[in-house]
Unconditional design. Sequence first.
Length: 118
Amino acid sequence: MNVQKTGLNCQQSFGAKTTIIAPEKLISKQQQEYLINLGKKVGKESDILNFSVSDLHSAANNPNVKTYTIMKQSSIDAASSSTLSQSSKEVPYEKNGVVMEKNSPFNYIKLLIERLMK
């Protein structure tokens, strides 16, 4: 009997390269790691997701509301086309000293990545 060695060539395909720039008081290192790993489930290795979050600042029309600016840049290659997008949005986070957790930068970025996964 002739036995040959076989090898398993496991090339794991990673998804989008994801970067997050944010103040640690708004997104912890553990939350950033979670979001980066979640971004790896989007697209392929050549795809890019970049998120940038500003410090809190007063809203222009209401000084009782603190907001942050989130900027998203993405480059996703599909089979027949490439999608490049860039957007920026002011997100209300604190009103009269009360934090709106559903609008936290972590939850907001998570939602954006999950939408790309669909």
